[in-house]
Design a protein around this ligand. Structure first.
Ligand SMILES: [Mn+2]
Length: 234
């Protein structure tokens, strides 16, 4: 089976706080290309930015507002070719859209484990309310015109999640590989860090889909029959 994976679009309410950074029609063109090249497209979490509603801790309103701001993409993702796994910015899709937290696909004798990756995030495990409040505050910092301050916070966040060249020294990859071992998976695929990556540990493979936010086009091209596991950036 050949599968494309995209994640971390952070489709938001369409105002200045929206981190998606694409025109919807441009992104639809990209999706049409993926649809013609792949049998399945996996949406690997943080598809919708539901944590930036006007009032804090109202992700259902956030999800409604994001879908209304991007109606063509919302209806596209409802097509049967798409498989939606939720992340931490769209946890609410677990109850509202029945998006699972992880799935395992066996194809051509290869076991592929898909999960967004926020389960490993220290802050989300210790104080999810604090991480969600920071996202909500970040949106308001942009809405009141302090984008430079927001960009600084974003830069520090990305720098702190920079992957190590050695998988054994990278706690996120260590966690992913041990999860793969636990689920008896050959390949473990995540998003969450916004750093696209392919790395190996013994016979197991780790792939990170990066992010399609901020105007980026990042995806994984998987072909289990042809043994292709590529990180793509166009
Ligand atoms: Mn995430």
């Amino acid at each position: 089976m050949n599968i494309a994976v995209i994640s971390d679009l952070h489709l938001g309410p369409g105002d200045v706080s929206d981190s998606f950074g694409h025109r919807d029609e441009d992104f639809l063109k990209f999706l049409r290309r993926l649809e013609s090249d792949f049998e399945r497209i996996i949406l690997l979490g943080d598809v919708w930015e539901t944590l930036t509603s006007l009032w804090p801790f109202d992700p259902e309103a956030g999800l409604r507002r994001a879908r209304m701001a991007h109606p063509d993409l919302a209806s596209r993702f409802d097509r049967s070719k798409y498989l939606y796994i939720h992340g931490n910015h769209d946890i609410v899709a677990g109850s509202v859209e029945r998006a699972p937290e992880e799935i395992l696909i066996e194809s051509d004798g290869v076991r592929l484990l898909f999960t967004h990756g926020h389960r490993h995030d220290w802050l989300i495990r210790q104080a999810r309310w604090l991480s969600e409040w920071c996202v909500w505050l970040g949106a308001w910092i942009r809405r009141v015109g302090l984008s430079a301050l927001y960009q600084l916070g974003n830069f520090l966040d990305l720098a702190m999640s920079q992957p190590s060249a050695h998988p054994s020294r990278d706690s996120f990859q260590n966690w992913a590989f041990s999860l793969a071992e636990h689920r008896n998976a050959d390949v473990v695929i995540t998003g969450h860090t916004h750093h696209a990556l392919r790395s190996e540990c013994g016979s197991r493979l780790f792939l990170n889909s990066g992010s399609c936010s901020e105007g980026r086009f990042s995806y994984l091209a998987i072909d289990t029959k042809g043994d292709v596991y590529d990180v793509c950036n166009t």
